[in-house]
Design a protein around this ligand. Structure first.
Ligand code: ZN
Length: 442
């Protein structure tokens, strides 16, 4: 299903024509209205009026999370406060949050982008959608909220927290679609079991999950526990919130809203633009934002882009699910390890539950990585031989994928902490100055 078929299926040449026009306008708009861009352009000797082709984007300096922090709270806004009608913020682990502002036109564009994405995922005006993201400063809840309303679905802003109540409403209201993080969807499945509600008793059919990574293996687990079709979508508050890209029902990558966002893939080490299909860091330029336009924002997400037309009929480019973040890569004894690699191994082991935690420590000068996984069934704890066999099987599989040895700890069912938002997967106990991992939220 399409929300705006003309826009979503326009020929490639037309998309690029629109992008070039809007890129020219946005670069000049940023230069004239935001001091950061004026300073950066002047320093780089870049004249925004000289943009002639889309590839000229390579002359525009990057924007980073640090730029937001250095200009806290409103330094990157391009309009006076009287034109701003909404603000959101994302928290970091250190220092001040990242603050973003929206004009009326920005909110209109945002809900339009969101409506396209939820329609592509299979949502319809007949759906009753429970939003189990935390409301508040986080962009996720209100982003999906306005997009689903624009599509015409019935939105239940149940927020996150009381999971038993959430499950009860889900059954009583006949909720057909769920918005939450993948880890919270699993928690909902657990609570359903605890209170004795079978998946057949509820009408869930669609999961619009996001805000944290989800490997295909984890998605399979969620689908089998909640009996729903799960799609992923992508965004971040610095760019707008959710709504930058999302999966259609073909689930072969997430379609960008390319008439509003211009994506690139760069080599994170050199900043060079990489050719189609190659994996690197995603960089995104907003093409229509008034309140907070952003040029070449470095997302830290590692992915690749394809411009091949999709079976669904959409012509907009697709990004693959990010395989990791340039800043959540763990460096263990000199080897690069992504939590998503570990998740892919764990999710296919039937004896363990889809909950895990990674604990990084240091003994002497050597790093060590402990992988804590929950047993699915407590009775396994009574059989030492089986436990040992299971532990060494997981250890072996992890070593094959990661190339390093880990310590595998099997823990009792439900002993790893559950959260209503993003799961805390990594605990890095190494001394601060050498830890290479940051738990910065998007
Ligand atoms: Zn598609």
């Amino acid at each position: 299903m399409f929300f705006d078929k003309d826009a979503e299926t326009m020929p490639r040449a037309e998309i690029e024509k629109i992008q070039l026009e809007k890129l020219k306008k946005t670069a000049v708009y940023c230069y004239e209205n935001v001091k950061l861009y004026k300073d950066k352009f002047d320093k780089a000797g870049f004249d925004p009026a000289k943009i002639k082709t889309l590839s000229d984007i390579k002359y525009i300096p990057f924007t980073t999370k640090e730029d937001f922090r250095d200009n806290y709270p409103f330094g990157l806004f391009a309009v006076p406060m009287k034109k701003i009608v909404r603000m959101h913020a994302s928290s970091g682990t250190t220092g001040k949050p990242t603050v973003v502002g929206y004009t009326k036109a920005d909110l209109y564009m945002w809900s339009d982008c969101m409506a396209r994405i939820v329609a592509a995922a299979g949502a319809t005006p007949d759906d009753i959608v429970q939003i189990c993201f935390g409301y508040g400063l986080f962009t996720g809840a209100l982003g999906l909220h306005y997009g689903l309303e624009k599509l015409g679905a019935a939105v239940v802003p149940s927020s996150s927290g009381n999971t038993e109540k959430t499950v009860m409403m889900m059954r009583d209201f006949g909720t057909t679609a769920l918005v939450s993080t993948p880890s919270y969807a699993l928690r909902i499945g657990e609570v359903m079991e605890e209170v004795g509600i079978k998946p057949e008793e509820i009408k869930l059919r669609l999961g619009l999950l996001g805000s944290e990574g989800c490997t295909p293996e984890m998605r399979d687990q969620i689908e089998s526990k909640l009996h729903m079709f799960v799609t992923d979508n992508y965004g971040m508050s610095e760019l707008m919130g959710p709504g930058v890209s999302g999966e259609c029902t073909e689930r072969c990558g997430m379609h960008f809203n390319e008439d509003h966002f211009l994506p690139e893939i760069i080599d994170p080490a050199t900043g060079e633009i990489l050719p189609e299909g190659q994996s690197g860091e995603l960089v995104v330029t907003t093409l229509d934002k008034e309140g907070l336009p952003v040029l070449r924002y470095k997302t830290h997400d590692i992915t690749s882009i394809t411009y091949e037309p999709c079976k669904c009929g959409r012509t907009h480019a697709r990004m693959m699910k990010p395989t990791g973040r340039t800043d959540d890569m763990l460096k263990i004894r000199g080897v690069n390890v992504f939590p998503s690699q570990i998740e892919s191994v764990l999710m296919v082991v039937p004896e363990i539950a889809p909950h895990y935690q990674l604990v990084v420590g240091r003994e002497g000068s050597a790093d060590n990585l402990e992988v804590r996984v929950e047993l699915a069934d407590a009775s396994l704890l009574d059989d030492y031989r089986n436990l040992d066999e299971l532990r060494s099987r997981i250890h072996h599989d992890l070593k094959t994928v990661l190339g390093i040895s880990t310590k595998v700890s099997l823990v009792e069912p439900k002993s790893i902490e559950r959260t209503a938002g993003k799961a805390k997967r990594v605990i890095d106990n190494r001394p601060k100055e050498t830890a290479t991992f940051s738990v910065e939220s998007k």
